[in-house]
Design a protein around this ligand. Structure first.
Ligand code: ZN
Length: 138
């Protein structure tokens, strides 16, 4: 078994209804450090990243539109853990490898995420209902 495809868990994405209230929980109650808030137009979300002190961060995602995939997720399943993001070195090669191994890809080609990272999602139908995001930092 090789573990070279994935370097580490980059972040855990959490879907929330009200970002400002959720920020208070994560920053003021849990004591995590807020790194920044961004709007991702393409996904129709506003996101906040928190440092946990280690390599793994927490991303809160608030839908900015009822058509946002995150809004649909919250409608179906409520607020909560939305995805696990895995850091990889060569996202195109990893997508190719996962596809070859039978995983269904949401994104055949990576798109550009926050901070210029290349990201792509794996369909949760092929990963036991866990939505995985792959990300390659610039
Ligand atoms: Zn993410």
């Amino acid at each position: 078994m090789k573990y070279t495809l994935v370097i580490e868990v980059d972040h855990i994405g959490v879907a929330v209804n009200k970002l400002d209230e959720a920020i208070s929980l994560y920053r003021d109650v849990l004591g995590l450090k807020l790194e920044g808030v961004h709007v991702v137009e393409e996904q129709k979300v506003r996101v906040a990243f928190f440092s946990t002190g280690g390599e793994t961060r927490i991303e809160l995602l608030e839908p900015t539109d009822s058509e946002s995939p995150v809004a649909k997720f919250i409608d179906r399943r409520g607020e909560g853990v939305h995805h696990i993001a895995l850091k990889v070195r060569n996202i195109e090669a990893v997508l190719e490898e996962f596809k070859r191994k039978g995983l269904r890809l949401v994104d055949e080609k990576p798109r550009v995420g926050v901070g210029g990272a290349k990201i792509a999602f794996i369909h949760p139908k092929s990963t036991r209902n866990v939505l995985f995001e792959l990300c390659e930092k610039p």
